[in-house]
Unconditional design. Structure first.
Length: 264
């Protein structure tokens, strides 16, 4: 049975606005924690990529099932009581530990996204549910891929995300984030290779957005990575270790790395 998909008739296609994206990118570079800028950049550059990705998702067996059920993830993901009851080493336990260590909640990302009333959020339809699912799985991507929340990890993860759900906004943020770090990185730091590695690993992996998230939380983390074809971020880990030797930390701006600048 084919799922009935509802898209509001007044929903407008996204527009390509590169100058707006550049202005918001400068704000994000100045403060990587200002995640509102990410939503602005993606909307300004993605054009109709969101719509293309939505229909590609809907036209898969997994998408058909999910669009019928429309699970809403934040309340479930923020209830760590059932997650802590899962065996150690599962995706769920790793997720809860990550969120608690980083001081994050799924609802926090919801609140951040609501500050920016993008066109994708104008109407309560199936495209809005899909947009929410993309947002609500971001931190799970961190856990599954092994990318941390430092600036290089976030940029590399966005390169991975681009290959999973293509859009110029996402790959622009990933490229510019890595390029900014590379300008101030020590010689031998393979920052731009981290960008390429993330992009390649995302293309090799199964689409995470299509997974049954609650079932996934019960799987052993390493088994889930193997099943989904998620490769370890080897270059990222090596590069991160080198950067940390030169004073790079998750909260430190790239300009503060104590090293001789090199070209991107």
């Amino acid at each position: 049975m084919t799922a009935e998909v509802y898209v509001h008739p007044e929903r407008r296609r996204g527009a390509f606005r590169p100058l707006k994206a550049w202005n918001h990118m400068q704000k994000l570079i100045a403060d990587k924690e200002d995640t509102e800028q990410v939503f602005h950049i993606i909307e300004a550059l993605n054009g109709n990529a969101f719509e293309r990705n939505f229909w590609a998702f809907v036209n898969t067996p997994a998408g058909q099932k999910l669009i019928q059920e429309k699970p809403y993830l934040p309340p479930v993901l923020d209830d760590h009581s059932w997650i802590h009851a899962l065996p150690e080493g599962t995706v769920g336990r790793a997720y809860a530990e990550f969120m608690e260590r980083e001081g994050l909640t799924a609802q926090g990302l919801v609140d951040e996204s609501m500050k920016h009333q993008s066109k994708s959020r104008e109407f309560d339809d199936d495209m809005l549910w899909y947009a929410n699912r993309l947002r609500d799985t971001h931190d799970l991507f961190h856990v599954l891929t092994g990318y941390n929340r430092d600036a290089l990890g976030e940029a590399s993860l966005l390169a991975f995300t681009y290959s999973q759900n293509p859009g110029l906004g996402v790959i622009f943020i990933a490229f510019m984030g890595c390029r900014t770090i590379a300008k101030h990185a020590p010689k031998g730091a393979r920052v731009m290779d981290c960008f390429r590695e993330g992009k390649r690993n995302g293309a090799l992996a199964e689409k995470i957005i299509q997974q049954d998230i609650l079932a996934l939380m019960h799987e052993p983390l390493e088994a889930a990575r193997a099943r989904l074809g998620i490769q370890p971020p080897v270059i990222y880990r090596e590069t991160l270790a080198l950067l940390e030797q030169h004073g790079y930390t998750p909260t430190l701006q790239p300009q503060a790395i104590d090293a001789e600048p090199v070209a991107a």
